[in-house]
Design a binder for this molecule. Structure first.
Ligand code: HEC
Ligand code: HEC
Length: 340
């Protein structure tokens, strides 16, 4: 409440608090460093006049050596803080530059989506190529068609960032859903479109893509599932399929094609990632969208083995992926170990 504009700007763009101490880069000042003076002034005006004061002392930060020494952040900043303001690229359109400014600055996509080195600095050579947040995995969002989102249309990306759902079957969970519900869904549509132009420069802004074709078997319904539940049929099923039938099929349908507006899992983009962490995390903690039906987590219902089994069932049957998770990893995710 008593910060001057200059102190506020130093905290946001240089990582220095009003008392001169260093902030840790968990506060994304390395991204905010790209923001213009005008935007910082606008934020300052909003914080000073638009937000009710609250007397709330956050808990002491506990970090391992050497990060517990705040002055070590000065050396870190010398190495890793690029405090040059954003430079528009004159070869590119105004819309592309607006998207670049937003992605690199205020929306700080790289804070989560760029892998970090041993000193927790973003690897600039691998910008947006995917990184683990400890439990959740923020996937590759470069325009690489294989590992990234090069196969998405701009419309799909805009819909995903505004609602957490896209026509290709993607649904957002975890920290991404939080970023969408609390932030990206509230941005003006032009800004989200500019982000899509910047991230997908080569992709045509073609007509809205149709939802990914999902094999629909008109015969498959809950009735059929029960018919199949004869001892003979049960003898063949894997433990993962067993859990799926018992716990998941009522909402996601026996064949994974979704039911009554609840999402399909067959062909879901979360299943084509280099690890299965997000699938297991969604099962453990659930999915909590602000304006739609969500999914309760199964941490209390299912053990590590069952979660690994059902995750691997989804990966192989609905994702046609070779990626698997083991129970040790599920146990780490359950414990929420930030260094896992
Ligand atoms: C707080 C961390 C965080 C931030 C900030 C963040 N993301 Fe994400 N993002 C994630 C996580 C975690 C996932 C995986 C979510 C899931 O499995 O449902 C994800 C998923 C995505 C996906 C889906 C990719 C796929 O292949 O399924 C897209 C696209 C995406 N993010 C774009 C962005 C963009 C663009 C920004 C900046 C405007 C951004 N994200 C900022 C954490 C973040
Ligand atoms: C009560 C209905 C319900 C049940 C039961 C249910 N789900 Fe879900 N699930 C949902 C809904 C709703 C969403 C997505 C919400 C949204 O974004 O619209 C979802 C999303 C998901 C996602 C996507 C997560 C991501 O990262 O984007 C996965 C994977 C998933 N469910 C797997 C499962 C598995 C496995 C089970 C059984 C162990 C299960 N679900 C049981 C309703 C359910």
């Amino acid at each position: 409440g008593d910060y001057s504009l200059e102190q506020f700007s130093d905290a946001l763009r240089r990582g220095v608090r009003a008392d001169g101490r260093q902030l840790y880069p968990a506060m994304p000042y390395t991204a905010y460093a790209k923001m213009t003076d005008e935007d910082i002034e606008a934020l300052y005006a909003y914080f000073m006049h638009g937000i009710e004061p609250a007397n709330d002392a956050p808990p002491e930060t506990e970090l391992p050596f050497p990060f517990n020494l705040r002055f070590s952040m000065k050396a870190w900043n010398l190495l890793f803080l690029d405090s040059d303001p954003f430079e528009p690229d004159p070869e590119r359109s105004e819309q592309w530059n607006r998207g670049a400014y937003l992605v690199q600055g205020a929306t700080h996509c790289g804070t989560c989506h760029t892998p970090r080195n041993a000193l927790m600095a973003e690897k600039s050579s691998q910008a947006l190529a995917g990184g683990s947040l400890g439990t959740w995995y923020a996937p590759d969002i470069t325009d690489d068609p294989e590992t990234g989102i090069g196969g998405w249309s701009r419309r799909e990306l805009v819909d995903y960032l505004r609602t957490g759902h896209a026509g290709n079957g993607a649904t957002a969970a975890g920290p991404m859903l939080e970023a969408i519900d609390l932030s990206f869904s509230r941005m003006p549509e032009e800004d989200v479109e500019a982000i899509a132009v910047y991230l997908l420069p080569e992709v045509e802004s073609a007509a809205p893509a149709q939802p990914a074709p999902v094999e629909r078997d008109a015969q498959t319904n809950i009735g059929q599932l029960i018919d199949d539940d004869t001892p003979a049929a049960l003898g063949d099923i894997t433990p993962g399929e067993r859990v799926y039938r018992d716990q998941c099929a009522a909402c996601h349908a026996p064949g994974g094609q979704g039911l009554n507006g609840l999402p399909a899992l067959a062909g879901h983009p979360v299943l084509d990632k280099p690890n299965a962490d997000n699938v297991a995390m969604a099962i453990l903690v659930g999915v909590w969208p602000e304006h739609r039906q969500g999914m309760l987590g199964f941490a209390d219902e299912l053990g590590d083995q069952q979660i690994a089994d059902v995750t691997n069932h989804l990966m192989s049957e609905f994702g046609h992926s070779d990626v698997r998770i083991d129970t040790a990893r599920v146990a780490e995710l359950r414990a929420g170990d930030p260094h896992a």
